[in-house]
Design a protein around this ligand. Structure first.
Ligand code: 5GP
Length: 132
């Protein structure tokens, strides 16, 4: 599998690397939609949360935490939003597992939480269907 993120990881496509270790890479997103938008990816090719083994997931989330703490401790940010789309139905456009990291400051006026259209079913009905 050679998606765009595999090619970035392999160094075939240039990227602005923020952090790298044996199992993970964090680089700037090219979207240009919000200041500081980064992507954290596992170097191992996994498509999404669903086919990600626990070791890879742990490595990725450890890196997300490390970079997020760096943003807070050394870069003047006060918080982060972490976003992930797993599956096309959820809006995933690149088939390589990634966590979007959006650095935040008080009053930055970034609306990182979608305006949901409102529920169409009773919460209790959905609860009965999805409870484990
Ligand atoms: P998704 O929609 O799958 O959650 O997010 C994919 C992200 O990958 C988008 O935010 C998009 O801007 C970013 N992206 C797509 N192609 C490239 C690329 O070639 N380089 C970088 N740095 N980011 C990319």
């Amino acid at each position: 599998m050679s998606d765009i993120f595999c090619r970035i990881i392999a160094g075939e496509v240039p990227s602005m690397k923020v952090y790298e270790d044996e199992k993970t890479l964090v680089f700037m997103d090219i979207a240009g939609d919000v200041d500081g938008h980064m992507l954290a990816v596992p170097k191992k090719h996994v498509v999404s949360l669903f086919d990600c083994d626990e070791e890879t997931l742990f490595a990725l989330m450890s890196t997300v935490k490390k970079v997020s703490e760096h943003l807070i401790n050394n870069c003047g940010y006060e918080g982060v939003n972490l976003l992930n789309a797993s599956g096309k139905a959820a809006g995933q456009s690149v088939p390589h597992f990634h966590i979007h990291i959006i650095p935040r400051k008080t009053g930055d006026n970034i609306d990182a939480w979608p305006a949901f259209p409102g529920k169409t079913q009773e919460i209790s009905d959905i609860y009965e269907r999805i409870r484990m």
